[in-house]
Design a protein around this ligand. Structure first.
Ligand SMILES: [Zn+2]
Length: 257
């Protein structure tokens, strides 16, 4: 079950069973330094859920460029004001500006044990900038970025997304293939007619996948070349995916990555 497939919120469906591998790993987790982790995943793999679980598991922040951009604009920082100007003129915020925001963020005290990178680095230039910055500034925990890609087969992702139905009343999420409502097309809770979001369609999915592949390929290639890239199977229960990510991360760090 993926992030969007569960009927409940994160706290409802992501509870770890006491005997899960991640529970066993928890003992090692106290002293383990996760370092910077770039979490990758196509639309629908459950990346958001896993990022939140890793955040609470290790007590490290999630750094997403979208959040950074909003925060900088809201606080009226120098970079935020520049970004606001660029966005309002209809242009795209450039690498330099994003890099600057990330650079500032990485010097905040909550990043010293590591952080989950979400949506950054998105380009090869950003990846190189980040590597260079971490080396030159010797920012704690003085570990390089490792990239972990959550992988789910194309057809399964298609089912997860095109099968998704949402209750407009209570926001419950169903899936007509994997999380079927008791009564056809009606919410189990109050009986409201379920709706499909306009972008949960196959054409939108195909386009989003194409964009994801195009954007991710150079970044994946970069980290793979450096031996700092691994894939985990995202087509398993949420806690198993988490356990897979954690053991992959341990393995990468034990290998000196
Ligand atoms: Zn409902």
């Amino acid at each position: 079950m993926g992030a969007g497939a569960g009927r409940h919120s994160l706290s409802g469906n992501a509870t770890l069973s006491p005997n899960s591998a991640s529970h066993i790993l928890a003992q090692a987790g106290e002293s383990f330094l996760p370092g910077p982790v770039l979490l990758l995943g196509a639309p629908g793999v459950g990346k958001g859920t896993q990022a939140q679980l890793l955040v609470s598991r290790y007590g490290i922040p999630q750094i997403s460029t979208g959040d950074l951009l909003r925060a900088n604009i809201a606080r009226g920082t120098e970079l935020g004001l520049k970004a606001k100007e660029i966005i309002s003129s209809g242009r795209l915020v450039d690498d330099g500006l994003v890099n600057g925001m990330v650079l500032n963020r990485l010097q905040e005290p909550d990043t010293t044990r590591g952080y989950i990178l979400d949506g950054y680095p998105r380009t090869l230039d950003q990846a190189k900038f980040l590597d260079r910055t971490l080396t030159e500034l010797c920012l704690p925990p003085q570990l390089p970025v490792v990239a972990i890609n959550i992988v789910v087969a194309y057809d399964e992702l298609l089912r997860r997304i095109t099968g998704r139905r949402i209750c407009p009343a209570c926001k419950s999420i169903y899936n007509i293939y994997t999380n079927v409502p008791k009564s056809d097309a009606l919410c189990d809770i109050e009986g409201a007619a379920l709706v499909q979001r306009s972008d949960d369609t196959e054409p939108v999915f195909v386009e989003r996948m194409r964009t994801f592949d195009q954007q991710t390929a150079p970044v994946v290639h970069h980290y793979r070349k450096l031996g700092r890239f691994e894939e985990v199977n995202g087509d398993q229960p949420v806690d198993s995916v988490l356990a897979a990510i954690e053991s992959t991360l341990l393995k990468l760090r034990e290998a000196g990555k």
